[in-house]
Design a protein around this ligand. Structure first.
Ligand code: NAP
Ligand code: ZN
Length: 353
């Protein structure tokens, strides 16, 4: 085991602060990665503040971060896909049981025994729970390490590992292509990736935002239309017209307002994870025989497919690069929807701690 620098929170009301944690020495299938950038996902904030206590209570101290990109520094003797010096990335999972039907179908994201990158029991017992990417280095089994296209700006690659795959996977699964009318609700980290990808898939893409000042950016990111969701008249104009809506909203909201915009037999998929349950009016689904679904990140093979797609289409997240010392301020800005459109931590800043 070896000691590294990291940022952690000690309780739901403590700020994140510098600390040290232990990492395991790479075993035969492990890849050790020096972390260059780590994106800030709203899920980091939900979990640091224990907002998902009923479904995955937070174990403190917590070291968040699951949008990791870096360079390989060491590999175990059985590793075949990576060598020191390669770029590599890690997303929301670092292990799964690999035997269940979901794992066998390349859906590790749906494995009931997956190990998340942070706040999951640590099978290697290096610590009580796994520690994420707000840290110098990480050690991960090579099956859960992704190859990074070399043409992309690395600060904008980290967010592909969560915001990218979480939007890519449902857009693909629900058949988003040219000729479809697609809504993306919420223009934050996930939402802006949803817009870029839906546009790249050729769909007519409509952004729903509560922030009128994001209109111009939405168009620049690839939206064909922008609707201010708090304006009932603007919403009404789109009633019954969408083939698919992806709901990325992080806070409490009325999902019925979006369901009513679906065409018959169409689907609204929730990826946003607000802490509180959201009421669904039965008639929002009955009328038009509509579907309400959910989606959780994506499997490892599909994550690689997404990264390769982004490489060949030159897609990365639009990031505001910050030093780790600004992480608490960034969290406050996330809560005000003041993000353009993902914070990416330059992990070199951790060296001065
Ligand atoms: P984010 O960057 O904070 O973006 C969320 C956006 O939601 C905001 O920028 C804002 O966009 C909109 N919003 C905020 N409050 C709202 C309200 N009261 N009503 C309507 N819209 C509101 O968050 P993120 O990192 O994209 O994550 C979004 C959610 O997805 C989080 O809950 C996160 O935990 C979850 N998540 C789920 C998965 C999964 O696998 N399912 C993976 C990653 C993240 P506008 O300013 O445009 O309104
Ligand atoms: Zn995330």
């Amino acid at each position: 085991m070896y000691k590294i620098k990291a940022y952690s929170a000690n309780s739901a009301i403590s700020p994140l602060a510098a600390t040290t944690i232990m990492r395991r020495d790479p075993t035969e299938h492990d890849v050790q990665i020096e972390i260059l950038f780590c994106g800030i996902c709203h899920s980091d904030l939900h979990q640091v503040r224990n907002e998902w206590s009923s479904i995955m209570p937070t174990v403190y101290p917590i070291v968040p971060g699951h949008e990791i990109v870096g360079r390989v520094t060491k590999v175990g003797s059985a590793v075949t896909k990576y060598k020191p010096g390669d770029l590599a990335a890690v997303g929301c999972m670092v292990d799964s049981d690999r035997t269940c039907p979901q794992c066998k179908a390349n859906l590790e994201n749906l494995c009931p025994n997956q190990t998340l990158t942070f706040n999951s029991p640590d099978k290697h017992k290096t610590a009580p729970v796994t520690y994420g990417g707000y840290s110098d280095t990480i050690v991960v089994d090579e099956h859960f390490v992704l190859r990074v296209p070399t043409n992309l700006n690395l600060a904008g690659v980290g967010p592909l590992l969560c915001a990218g795959i979480t939007t890519y996977s449902p857009l693909r699964r629900w058949g988003v292509t040219k000729g479809k009318k697609v809504g993306i609700a919420g223009l934050g980290g996930l939402g802006h990736m949803g817009v870029k990808l839906s546009h790249a898939f050729g769909a007519h893409t409509v952004v729903f935002t509560t922030s009128p000042k994001k209109k111009e950016d939405a168009i620049r990111l690839g939206a064909d239309e922008v609707v201010v969701s708090r304006n009932a008249d603007e919403m009404k104009k789109h009633a019954g017209s969408f083939d698919f809506i992806l709901d990325t909203i992080a806070a409490d909201h009325d999902v019925n307002a979006y369901l009513n915009l679906l065409a018959h037999d169409s689907t609204l998929t929730i990826v946003g994870a607000p802490a509180k349950p959201m009421p669904v009016f039965a008639f929002s689904l009955l009328m038009g025989r509509r579907n309400l679904a959910g989606s959780l990140i994506g499997g490892i093979a599909e994550t690689q497919e997404m990264l390769d797609f982004c490489g060949s289409h030159n897609i990365t997240a639009d990031v505001e690069v910050i030093p780790i010392q600004k992480v608490n301020e960034a969290y406050e800005r996330l809560l005000k929807s003041d993000v353009k459109y993902r914070f990416s931590i330059d992990m070199a800043s951790l060296k001065s701690e």
